[in-house]
Design a protein around this ligand. Structure first.
Ligand code: UD1
Length: 339
C-alpha cells in the first residue's frame, strides 16, 4: 500500500486519485486540521475507488508505529504539513513541531523497516528565495528561508539527505513545487482554503463568487513586464501525476542517485494581471480588483526550468493556465452552489 500523508488536502487528494488511476492501493493518513472527511467522497467520485483512511496526527509516534505494523506500506508520499507562511511567523514552534516531528516519526519507521521504503517529499520552490537566474533549475542555490514555514521545507530536505546517507538502499525524491492551482476535471475535489485565502487563485475565485468585494493586487511596481509578480502556476492534476511518476521511479529502481530533487512547474511565468485576464477569459466575467502595496516577503519572479523533470523524471505538464483557472472556477461555483 502507498501511504499518502495529508491525503485529504489539496495536492494530496489529487495525488491519491492519480495513484488509484495507475492501480496503486492507497492508505490516507490525515489529522483533518486543514481538510475535511468529505474529501473521501470526492476522491471516490473522481476515481471510483474509496481509499483506506486513518484519522491520525503523525506527531503521535505510537500510533504511527502501530500503523506501520498493521499495514504493509511499500511507499510514502508525505504531504502532511502546515503551510501558511504568515501564520508560521506567529507560531514558529507549532510549525517546526508539526512539520518536522511528523516527518521524523515516519523516518523512524523507515529506519525500522526490513527493506527501505521509497519516500516522496513535498517541498517548495520557496527554498530558492529570490533566484538570481530565471528560469530556476535544481542547481540554483538554496537561500536563507524567509519564514519558519519555508525553513521547515529546507530542514526537511536536509533531514532526508542525512537519512538517505545513513540507510542503505533508502531512496528519496524531493519535489519542489511552483504554484499549484486548479481542480480535478470531475470537480469532485479541489482546493478548500480555511478562512480568507492567502493564495491568488482561490482569492480570485472567491471574489468572483461574491465572498469578497474585490481582489487587491500586491504591487505593480516590480521590475517585470507589467509591474506585477510573476509565478509559475501549475495545474494540480499535472502536479499529482508527477508524484506517481516519481514514486514509480523509485519502486522500479530507476533513480540515478539515492536523493533526487526535481522542480515541478510549467516553465512559463505568468504575472498577476495575466492570471486575472485568464480568469476573465474563461469565466466570461470581469473581476473587480485594485492595486495595493507590495506584500512583505514576495519574490519578484519565479518560474521553473523544467529540463530535469522533463528529461530525467520523464514528466511534463499537459494542461494550460486557462484550463487550470477554468477548473478552479468550476470548483468554486460548485462549493458555493452557484452551478
Ligand atoms: C505562497 C507563499 C509560498 C508558498 C506558496 C504555497 C508567500 C509570500 N509565499 O507563494 O511560500 O510556498 O504560497 O502555495 O506567502 N497576490 C495578490 N493578491 C492576493 C494574493 C496574491 O496580488 O490577494 C499575488 C502575490 O503577491 C503573488 C502572486 O499573487 O505575486 C501569487 O501569490 P500566492 O498565490 O500567495 O503564491 P506565492 O506568493 O508565490
Amino acid at each position: 500500500m502507498i501511504l499518502v500523508t495529508g491525503g485529504l488536502g489539496f495536492i494530496g487528494s489529487h495525488t491519491v486519485v492519480a495513484l488509484q488511476e495507475k492501480g496503486h492501493q492507497v492508505l490516507i493518513v490525515d489529522d483533518l486540521s486543514n481538510s475535511s472527511v468529505e474529501v473521501l467522497d470526492g476522491i471516490e467520485t473522481a476515481s471510483g475507488i474509496r481509499p483506506t483512511f486513518i484519522e491520525l496526527n503523525l506527531q503521535n509516534s505510537t500510533a504511527v508505529s502501530d500503523m506501520f505494523q498493521h499495514y504493509s506500506i511499500t511507499g510514502i508520499i508525505h504531504f502532511a504539513a502546515f503551510k501558511a507562511v504568515g501564520e508560521s511567523v506567529q507560531k514558529p514552534v507549532a510549525y517546526y513541531q508539526n512539520n518536522l516531528g511528523s516527518m521524523l516519526n515516519l523516518l523512524a519507521e523507515v529506519e525500522k523497516a526490513a527493506s527501505p521504503i521509497p519516500f516522496i517529499f513535498s517541498s517548495s520552490c520557496t527554498v530558492y528565495g529570490e533566484a538570481t537566474e530565471l528560469p530556476i533549475n535544481e542547481n540554483a542555490p538554496v537561500q536563507p528561508a524567509m519564514s519558519p514555514y519555508g525553513n521547515t521545507k529546507q530542514i526537511g530536505e536536509e533531514i532526508l539527505i542525512d537519512t538517505v546517507n545513513a540507510i542503505d538502499g533508502f531512496r528519496v525524491i524531493a519535489l519542489r513545487y511552483f504554484n499549484p492551482i486548479g481542480a480535478h476535471p470531475s470537480i469532485a475535489i479541489g482546493e478548500l482554503p480555511l478562512g480568507k485565502p492567502q493564495n491568488l487563485v482561490p482569492f480570485i475565485t472567491q471574489t468572483a463568487a461574491g465572498l469578497y468585494p474585490k481582489l487587491t493586487v500586491f504591487g505593480n511596481d516590480y521590475p517585470t513586464s507589467d509591474g506585477t509578480n510573476v509565478r509559475d502556476y501549475i495545474h494540480v492534476v499535472d502536479l499529482a501525476e508527477a508524484h506517481v511518476v516519481a514514486l514509480e521511479r523509485i519502486l522500479e529502481s530507476r533513480s540515478t542517485e539515492a536523493y533526487e530533487v526535481f522542480n515541478l512547474g510549467t516553465g512559463k511565468g505568468s504575472s498577476v494581471l495575466e492570471v486575472i485576464q485568464s480568469f476573465e477569459r474563461v469565466s466570461g466575467q470581469k473581476l473587480s480588483y485594485d492595486i495595493g502595496a507590495r506584500r512583505e516577503g514576495d519574490v519578484i519572479a519565479a518560474y521553473a526550468d523544467t529540463t530535469k523533470a522533463n528529461t530525467v523524471l520523464g514528466w511534463k505538464t499537459k494542461r494550460s493556465l486557462d484550463e487550470a483557472i477554468a477548473s478552479a472556477w468550476k470548483w468554486e461555483q460548485k462549493v458555493r452552489k452557484l452551478l
